[in-house]
Design a protein around this ligand. Sequence first.
Ligand code: F6P
Length: 343
Amino acid sequence: MRIGVLTAGGDAPGLNAAIRAIGEMALRDGHEVIGIANGWAGLVGDFQGTALTANELRGVIGQGGTLLGTARFNLDKPAGGRECVLAAIEEHLDALVAIGGDGTHRISSWLAERGAPVVGVPKTLDNDLPGTDYCIGFDTAISIVAESLDRLHTTAASHHRVIVVETMGRSTGWVAALGGLAGGADLIVIPEFPVTMDEIVEHINRRRSAGLVYSIIVVAEGINLAILGGVETEELSNEGVGGVRHATRGVGHFVAAKIEEQGGFEVRTTVLGHLQRGGSPTAHDRIFATRVGAAAYEAVIAEEFGMIPVIRGDDVVLAPLATVAVGQRKVPREIYDLCAVFF
Ligand code: F6P
């Protein structure tokens, strides 16, 4: 079989571990593995697939990024991109494993509905694909957030300052909530459970009255600015062209300026940005990516197309691609309440 593999959307630590699992298992069984360059872009226009060798797959489990390259590529602008991808799969491949997040799997699912032999792998640093308890990259991201908060605590405490830390998380607050919980954040603000500026300032005041002269406030980049007294951007997007990227709205700086203005505190801001996506994956991400990569390969061999291996509890199970392609998995009240115990 000629098995294509691509990574689409934002990169995440652990992608190479998944590519390695699929590739090494396929080569072991005598199949050809075609690495598609730069996500869907590699299947539009000239075919950008090359056969991967065992040598290229060796030693990559601990490497961040993706050896295939990736891109935020909009197949609908201009129209006709999806049809090009369908035709390229038909002409060049017997199966395709698409590793990506919600945008990627909206396409994978559309292709599978039209009979294309596609299997998915769940990846998004935001960890909010519906239908799976875990996505490649998340554990590394929250480990980086936790380590950053440890570091910021000591300087915040020394200077008696408030530090606002902005994390990734476009539509949901998984990175902020669990990274913040692990790093001992003093308040976490996420899209699922909005708070007002008055509530934020009151909280810092309460801490000060209790003798706590510093505070670390973690905010997810996707929180709604209008609720905080700002002006919300109409069109938000990270997929392909058009729209305003969430990070450019500057919610961290906005909240910091408001705290200074309303509370009279000395405030600093740290935007963690792409540090959360760079570098070596944690052991957890390597193992998870290997498990879902292996399961995706087995689904291809069993011709279980239109499916994606997901994590439910401790198990890897196959689910229809369509189930991860719509909406987001939100942080549940129970997790947010646990974070709030330590505010
Ligand atoms: O979707 C994952 C994510 O890391 C978001 O948290 C973030 O908003 C976005 O990607 C950033 O994307 P880009 O690297 O294209 O700016």
